[in-house]
Design a protein around this ligand. Sequence first.
Ligand code: CO
Length: 213
Amino acid sequence: MNRYEQMLLENKAWVEEMLEGDPAFFKKLSASQKPEFLWIGCSDSRVSPSEITQTSPGEIFIHRNVANLVVHTDFNLLSVLQYAVEVLEINHVIVCGHYGCGGVHAALTQQSYGMIDIWLRHIKDTYCAHKHEVDTQPNDEARANKLVEINVRQQVRNLAKTTIIQKAWKNRQRPFLHGWVFDMKDGIIRPQMEITPHQPCDDPVYAYDVFKK
Ligand code: CO
């Protein structure tokens, strides 16, 4: 049997298991969604949000891209963010990076991987802005780990710079922004930073006049 055929069988087994636990499971699931969290994570196959947080279908709205970047011209991410914040009214946005991130490792090298180099340029820019902090680490693994942490913090700050977040802070004092790093060597998620709705955008250059509208 092919692996994909096995996946379809596993799906049927899962349906049975869910129905055993709650015969109305799919009726409830299909009625609506009211997730409390937006997860912005890496596409890496080893960092499965629901698995590592033991959350159920309906609990997390998810966006994933290579190296969990928040790029202010990325309409895919911005659409997810706007819908999650303004329509679903989620209370928390979690940016979750991970040690051993291929995207971050690539950004530390001169190697070209094709078109993805353009995407990873955002991490190179972050590296450039924090070069001393990264380069003073004792070895390559520590340098990459440091950049993973800095990258996550940068993406959380990028969220705070959007009018979507600033408007939501003004209107309903939500969402809280969290920066986490998943360590696949021990399975632990390590929180790196948090920005609460009561903190203004830390750089006035990016603070919009959403309060007047
Ligand atoms: Co990654």
